[in-house]
Design a protein around this ligand. Structure first.
Ligand code: B12
Length: 210
């Protein structure tokens, strides 16, 4: 049987095929799915985040690690649900209208998934009304907005105003990020949280749901 601890290395080195094989084997061996995620997979993504922050890893390493994580998670998630493990919370995420950048947003989505959140990814160029609709329909408690352009970051304020108009602002926590975004901007537009990287985004989301 495969050792679930091997998943740590498979994710850290971005080996999606190996991550898939190990995940299949340990699930067949009836290892607790929650233990696989909490003890081996999340620590691997935490380490990936640390290596990125210390310039040891760059975007390509981040992306292949996130892909390996996602591949294994897709196999494990149905077992987590079957075991009755409650998700840490639900997140609706997307890149704001007019903006097509999605590498950072995808990383944040993968890290949140790895952190135990149920993530609804609306993609890129998402109009405010689509965010409102998704939060309402899918009961998103956290709305995560990404923007990479100074010309599109103002859409974040528009989305918050649309939530207000729809009467669901108070029931929704809004977190924002992307290269031009700062804590000061988040405060200015009344967002509930901000982070400048994907691993810290998980900590912010956890704090807002605790
Ligand atoms: C790759 C890239 C592209 C790709 C995007 C591919 C894709 N699928 O995403 C392509 C080629 C399509 C592109 C197009 C354009 N781009 Co571009 N692009 C970039 C580039 C080089 C890298 C962005 C990136 O992926 N970074 C890596 C990721 C990992 O970092 P990140 O996105 O910042 O995300 C991290 C954090 O910000 C945070 N985060 C991100 N989102 C969120 C969300 C939440 C909720 C939280 C908590 C955290 C968080 O966590 C992430 C992970 O750690 C940047 C330069 C740069 N240094 O940022 C320019 C850049 C963003 N682009 C720029 C421009 C101008 C454009 C174009 C207008 C170019 C043109 N003339 O056509 C178009 C716009 C298209 C559009 N409508 O969106 C400018 C923006 C300038 C500005 N101040 O507005 C930049 C800064 C380049 C520059 N120096 O001029 N681009």
């Amino acid at each position: 049987m495969s050792d679930p601890a091997e998943l740590y290395d498979a994710i850290l080195t971005g080996n999606a095929k190996k991550a898939e094989e190990i995940a299949k084997a340990v699930l067949e061996a009836k290892v607790d799915p929650s233990e696989i995620v909490q003890k081996h997979m999340i620590p691997a993504m935490d380490e990936v985040g640390k290596r990125f922050e210390s310039n040891e890893y760059f975007v390509p390493e981040l992306l292949i690690a996130a892909r390996a994580m996602k591949t294994a998670l897709e196999l494990i998630t149905p077992h987590l649900v079957a075991a009755g493990v409650e998700p840490a919370g639900r997140v609706v995420i997307g890149t704001v209208q007019g903006d097509l950048h999605d590498i950072g947003k995808n990383l944040v989505a993968s890290m949140l998934e790895g952190g135990g959140f149920q993530v609804v990814d609306l993609g890129v160029d998402v109009p405010p009304e689509k965010f409102v609709e998704a939060v309402r329909e899918k009961g998103g408690t956290i709305l995560a907005l990404s923007a990479l352009l100074t010309t599109t970051m103002t859409m974040m304020k528009t989305v918050i105003e649309a939530l207000q108009k729809a009467g669901i602002r108070d029931a929704t926590k809004v977190i924002i990020g992307g290269a031009p975004i700062t804590q000061q901007y988040a405060d200015e537009i009344g967002a509930d949280g901000y982070s400048d990287n994907a691993s810290a985004a998980v900590a912010v989301a956890r704090e807002l749901t605790s």
